[in-house]
Design a binder for this molecule. Structure first.
Ligand code: GDP
Ligand code: IMO
Ligand code: MG
Length: 427
């Protein structure tokens, strides 16, 4: 039975939380496969609004088992506070499973993230400061701490000491900071261990058995395609693989098991943090998109940079993820514009370019070539089917579909679970 991947097709914040939650009622498992609490996923259920960072959005669907896969980086203090926050609001979190192979974000990883950014000054990435990059760096450097290490005190002590050996040299000699004491870190981590223990499991085995048993598994990406460490706008990216392949490595499920890859696509574009963004607007239109779309970061509270829809990016997302469908979100935000510009190609050094250039320098020089599509002024938030949309909204969706290279199977017309038009079924 199907394994589906749901991921961001732009620079994150496309509305993945809402889309996952919508499908959560019909799937058996929702799995986060990369990233950590740099994510901020908003889910609106009735009059309740939830902001999830580390936990899969499926945690709000009672029948669904939420899973934190091996590819995720876990800050134990954030995990516990997110769980208790949900418990206080009456959400049952007892089914959660966490891979013993997931890496732990330690307090020194958070420190290194912050001091590195400060040191970079004008060249900074604009990270969320949650320790994501340094934790993945430790993983690749083979000096990371894994969730399973919390249950062997002497191994934990050795590993923390080994990691701090080098880091303390850097912190004290390069960044002029105080050294971090290994004993203190070990004590803090051991303090979380027992509380997390009931959730720790062999998630690779469980997920593969579930697929054998015809259960439906949904992989929920954090961040987005253009923030991918391999396929994004490097170095202005996150340190993991939000693209579809990341679901395989980050959850231990083979590519032959995945039947559908759904790209979440905002009807315009936003980005948080530094890095190139060809369709970024610095005028009233950008301000209006930010205001009407509520474009403020869920994790850091930073204003999001806003711009028109970029079809070059959408085509790229279709290609690198093998997208089978798009879920177009926030179409309602565009209501009221007489004309809506859509970027169909770039001009780079006087030449028209249809596809995303692989060269960073070229991408930094890319200027959008726009086509204006006629807008609509009718309220679309109550639309339940495609035919309920005004003709110009229908044409906008059809034009985006044609330019982007995969069918738009759902359209978001508001933040709520039911404010969605389902064009084709996902299951
Ligand atoms: P994520 O990180 O991809 O889960 O997205 P965020 O939660 O960071 O940002 C998306 C925002 O848009 C949230 O505030 C959602 O509640 C909201 N949202 C999602 N879909 C829609 C939609 O179709 N229309 C409107 N108006 N808001 C939406
Ligand atoms: P969701 O899942 C938008 C951005 C940061 C920064 C870069 C690197 O809500 O879509 P990091 O802390 O990951 O090392 O920061 O990536 N970033 C996001 N932008 N949405 C996110 O998550 C993001 N997670 C990280 O702003 O530019
Ligand atoms: Mg977000």
């Amino acid at each position: 039975m199907p394994a589906l991947v749901l991921l961001g097709a732009q620079w994150g914040d496309e509305g993945k939380g809402k889309a996952t939650d919508l499908l959560g009622g019909s799937v058996d498992y929702v799995v986060r496969y990369q990233g950590g609490n740099n994510a901020g996923h908003t889910v609106v259920v009735g009059d309740q609004k939830y902001a999830l960072h580390l936990l899969p959005s499926g945690i709000l669907s009672p029948g669904c088992t939420p899973v934190i896969g091996n590819g995720v980086v876990v800050d134990p203090s954030v995990l516990l506070s997110e769980l208790s926050g949900l418990n206080e609001r009456g959400v049952d979190t007892s089914k959660l499973l966490i891979s013993g192979n997931a890496h732990v974000i330690t307090p020194y990883n958070v420190t290194v993230d912050k001091v590195t950014e400060r040191f970079l000054g004008k060249r900074k990435i604009g990270t969320t400061g949650r320790g994501i990059g340094p934790t993945y760096a430790d993983k690749i450097n083979r000096v990371g701490i894994r969730v399973q290490d919390l249950y062997d005190e002497s191994i934990l002590q050795q590993k923390v000491e080994a990691a701090l050996d080098v880091k303390n040299q850097i912190l004290t000699k390069l960044y002029n900071r105080r050294a971090i004491a290994a004993d203190q870190v070990v004590e803090e981590l051991l303090g979380y261990a027992e509380q997390i223990k009931p959730y720790v499991a062999d998630t690779v085995l469980i997920l593969n058995q579930a697929l054998e048993d015809d259960k439906v598994v949904l992989f929920e990406g954090g961040q987005g395609t253009l923030l991918d460490i391999d396929h994004g706008t490097y170095p202005f990216v996150t340190s993991s693989n939000p693209t579809a392949g990341g679901a395989c490595t980050g959850a231990g499920v083979g590519p032959t098991k995945i039947s559908r890859v759904i790209g979440i696509l905002k009807a315009y574009t936003t980005r948080v943090g530094a890095g190139p963004f060809p369709t970024e607007l610095f005028d009233e239109d950008g301000e209006a998109l930010r205001r009407i779309g509520g474009e403020r970061g869920v994790t850091t509270g930073r204003d999001r940079r806003c711009g028109w829809f970029d079809a070059v990016i959408a085509r790229y997302a279709t290609r690198v993820n093998g997208l089978t469908d798009f879920f177009l979100t926030k179409l309602d935000v565009l209501t009221g514009w007489e004309q809506i510009p859509v970027c169909v190609a770039y001009e780079i050094d006087g030449k028209r370019v249809e596809e995303l250039p692989y060269s960073q320098t070229d991408f930094h020089h890319a200027k959008p070539i726009y086509e204006n599509l006629p807008g609509w002024s009718e309220d679309i938030t109550k639309a339940k089917s495609f035919s309920d949309l005004p003709k110009n909204a229908q044409n906008y969706v059809k034009a985006l579909e044609e330019m982007s290279g995969a069918p738009i199977s759902a359209i978001g017309v508001g933040p709520g679970r039911d404010e969605t038009i389902e064009v084709n079924s996902f299951l």
